[in-house]
Design a binder for this molecule. Structure first.
Ligand SMILES: NC(=O)c1ccc[n+]([C@@H]2O[C@H](COP(=O)([O-])OP(=O)(O)OC[C@H]3O[C@@H](n4cnc5c(N)ncnc54)[C@H](OP(=O)(O)O)[C@@H]3O)[C@@H](O)[C@H]2O)c1
Length: 284
């Protein structure tokens, strides 16, 4: 289809993938409700002066009480543009943490579970009636490239295993209304998240009890070195924007799209028996 201001809500648009997706979709004719947590980030989006880009603040996915106001704004804007229903939601928001499970900060992990699993469900519960009204309505999930047990970044990957289950179960539950759930599985994308994770890890090194961090020091140092190399190949986030745009424009979107550095390799590795995959991950 050729976009004609169909409404798309994207979460986590302050930076990285969310911001790139929101801008690309707005440039390609969608009305984008770009949600952020901080007013300064909404202002930065507004400065782009794209009438298709509608910043919405605040939407913190750990704060479901903020959702009704977001819904009201979206409904009012869609009515103003004469659009029937919300065409799509892109679940993108998420934080990052690098740590062995034994030393993971439980408060941060809790926030991650809220952001990646509880918040998106609360959002969908509020918005599905509106998506049902839009011809061709759909849900997009920005995810890691494959279901792999990647050590030391479990706060993200464990959530993605669960989000993958949510998306695939929703695909079945929403079949009567033909609302597809599309996974956009991203490899290494060049966003501020990678640098931030490393800074957080540096800080954590100084906070964790020495006798316990010493148990993991060699493995983590190896991980940091390999991440440094991986970072050199990261893909521009606009490529994710292009893939999301393709998935939104397709009459029948695929259930999965792969994009970004090493994404295809990870998806290929996922096809092997779990025991092989686990052995491969242990050798990294
Ligand atoms: N970069 C990659 O290589 C890669 C690969 C695969 C998947 N992904 C996934 O892509 C998504 C975006 O990541 P990114 O790399 O673009 O990172 P990013 O630049 O750090 O963007 C993360 C976005 O999520 C928002 N966010 C975090 N916690 C939130 C919360 N509780 N409520 C609402 N928004 C929240 C952030 O807002 P604030 O600025 O307010 O914190 C920010 O806008 C994540 O889900 C990530 O796991 C990334």
């Amino acid at each position: 289809m050729i976009p004609n201001q169909e409404g798309v809500l994207v979460t986590g648009c302050s930076s990285g993938i969310g911001r790139a997706v929101a801008i690309h979709l707005a440039e390609n004719g969608f009305t984008v409700f770009a949600t952020v947590r901080k007013q300064a980030d909404a202002d930065r989006l507004a400065e782009l002066e794209n009438p298709n880009l509608v910043p919405i603040c605040p939407l913190d996915l750990t704060r479901p009480e903020q959702i009704p106001a977001v819904l009201a704004t979206v409904q009012a804007e869609l009515a103003r543009k004469g659009k029937q229903g919300l065409y799509a939601i892109v679940n993108n928001a998420g934080g990052s943490m690098v740590a062995p499970i034994e030393l993971m900060d439980l408060e941060k992990y809790h926030v991650e579970l809220q952001t990646r699993l509880l918040g998106p469900v609360a959002l969908l519960q509020a918005f599905l009636p509106l998506i049902r009204q839009a011809p061709g309505g759909r849900i997009v999930w920005i995810q890691t490239p494959a279901l792999l047990p990647i050590p030391y970044v479990t706060s993200i990957h464990a959530c993605d295993f669960a989000a993958n289950c949510l998306a695939r179960s929703l695909e079945i539950e929403l079949k009567p209304w033909r609302i597809p759930n599309v996974l956009v599985r991203c490899g290494g994308i060049n966003t501020p998240a990678a640098t931030r994770s490393m800074q957080d890890l540096d800080q954590a090194f100084s906070q964790w009890p020495k006798e316990r961090i010493d148990l993991y020091r060699a493995a983590l140092e190896k991980e940091i070195a390999s991440l440094g190399k991986f970072d050199e190949g990261r893909t521009d986030p606009v490529e994710v924007g292009k893939v999301v745009c393709t998935a939104l424009k397709a009459a029948r979107p695929r259930s999965r799209y792969q994009v970004g550095h090493m994404s295809n390799f990870a998806a290929f590795a996922e096809l092997f028996p779990q025991s092989w995959v686990d052995a491969l991950m242990a050798r990294r």
